[in-house]
Write a protein that binds this ligand. Sequence first.
Ligand code: HEM
Ligand code: SF4
Ligand code: SF4
Length: 701
Amino acid sequence: MLPAEEDRLNIWLTRRSAGLRLLEKFALKLERLINLLVGDSRFNPLYYTGPLAAFLLLVVILTGLYLTLFFQFSFEAAYESVAKIEGQFIARVVRAIHRYASDAAVIVSLLHAFRLFFMGRFRGPRWLAWVSGVVMMVVLWLAGVTGYWLIWDQAAHLITLSFTNLLRQYTPFGASFAAGLLTAANTDRSWVVIALLLLAHILLAALLGLFFWFHIIRLNRPKFLPDRHWLIGLGAALLLVSIAAPAGLLPPANLSQLPGLVRLDPLFLFFLPATLNPSAGWLWGGLAVVVLAAGALPWLSFRRRQRPPRVAIDPARCTGCTHCALDCPYKAITMTLHANGSGPRQVAQVHPNLCVSCGLCVGSCDVNAISLGDDLSTEILGQALQTRLAQRRAVSGKFKVVFTCERHAVQGAYPYLSREAAGPMENGLEVIVIPLPCVAAAHPNLLGRAFEGGAEEVVVAGCPPDDCGQREGNLWMEERVTRKRPPRLKRAFEKAPISTMWLPPDAFPQAVLAAATSPAVGAGDQKEGAIFQGLTWRNLAPALVLLGLTLILPVWLNHTPFRPYPALANQAIVQVILPDPAEPFDFLIGRPPAEWVGWPTRLTLKVDGRVFWEKAYDPAEFFSGRSSPVFEELPLAPGEHYLRLSFEGGTIESLILTVRKVTLAPGQILVLGLPDTVNAPDEKLAPPPSKEAVLRSPGRR
Ligand code: HEM
Ligand code: SF4
Ligand code: SF4
């Protein structure tokens, strides 16, 4: 429990729900392992997940353009072009890069979304970035699925079967789709299917670009790409992994045979095992709920009563210096002309619909013209600080002041916020922690005032570079303290023990224990700045190895074995597909009921003389042309069979659609109901039995 505070400083502790703070706590424990490995939190790849995902998408698009040059249309030609790609070294490597970069993009984007989630960076004006991120994930997934579909191998066959099931389940088009596809496969029109798939694949990639634009449109100086060392490291890792582990090729799709054991990429094709079964509504329904809930998250406010504080700018004080407009990471401040007695002059204007209440602008204003809600302005902070320091001086001699942000305050700094817990530290100083929404909300003059107010040391403890909860707060504060950016720390304090430390929120105790004169934190008289200190291979090498390992995951996942239809391993499948079952009766459709009498309307499949499956139609519905399409999959023991698909049950005569004598192999798919061209050529056709009349459809009139 925090003690009651006389001042308003601790108000910033309550901005995120307890659940999110707990999630962050667990995530930080994992991140700590990576930080230990790389030895410096600046090299934790998790802090760069957004730009790394953008880089991976760029790689995917460029390699995709190259692969398109090889592509040919028709089912066989599409497969052949991929086989050709696999036969050439450069093309094979490019294909592997295309695949592994897509997989890595999924993993890295999910990590990126998770990190922003626990930091609570999805509410308010950030909704656009969040929702476009959710849409990008869906589009990325669809683009991946269409990519796998294009290859026209056994995985593509499974996607086809799964998509057909989806259509069967939720639309009346399942049978027509299957019929169209089978017809295309057996005529010279399969190029249309491949062309449509390629078009969808490319359009989805373009859509990804469009949503990426929405994703970053509200950000000032969005970081599109990670720093050069990450680009080179990840690029090299992708290249090496792609040379060592080609993507490979499954056998071609054979629509008359169920695929056997295949190796699939579950990152994109995770849905296959469940959706090859027509009753997979739970999966699609579950996915739809998850996506909708994720998209609605910005409005499912965890703390409805806690409205974010608003920024107010006092035009009378504003000098038009533009510092705040430049510093705002969210384009929420622009300079406008303001008329006053001495004529128009520039003043800052805030756009509340873009402002995320980060407080950075408060710290950038030299003239105290900006406030955030009722609790944050340089003036209020200064007074609160003075009160706190006066109280501390009264009870103890030596103390240090640590300015920190909301993330640190609810993690590592939390125990120090309680007065009872704030005993003398190792170096003999007591600690006063000043929590803010972001460290950059503090004007550098406040650091000087803390020093003047009796602090032995003043530390600014914020998040590591590229991990700032408000995007750029740590960078701005570092530049202000090192006098590289206005408002600058006064020259008078240049040699004072005022320092910055950029550490993960749970590593806050380090900021308390470290002496502010430690050169490692850019303190004292050498203010090079902790953020800007150079790279070392000691830190970079493990970070790059970690990235390389992240790529091993997609390679490993890509070879996940999957045996579809295990229950049907020793069975053949008979598919009865009739997009319009009443078609043979076209001559009766719409006729008066008296003319239907006696015509058979029970669709029946007989196997070896016995009724194997049947579907009865209500004549009124059937002859009015409203009969629903038929798509039925029936397992049958392999071997020789006599099959007869007909309409039965009338008093006039049977209407035979097909009669076949076939020898079915295990896993064979036999289609009944469509023109014979769609069946395997080795199928033996038997003449219809002479005792039954075979009605030929007179065709549509
Ligand atoms: C699909 C691939 C994705 C890419 C390439 C991507 C890339 C990026 C980049 C480059 C930034 C700007 C980083 C900065 O300059 O601060 C960003 C910000 C952001 N991303 Fe993503 N992102 C992706 C997916 C997602 C997803 C799935 C979500 C959440 C569902 C998400 C949520 C956000 C949010 C909320 C921000 C703004 C953060 C802030 O304003 O503080 N992104 N993303
Ligand atoms: S608080 Fe200030 S810096 Fe932050 S988004 Fe709002 S206007 Fe921009
Ligand atoms: S920083 Fe202050 S003085 Fe400068 S433009 Fe912004 S509000 Fe005006």
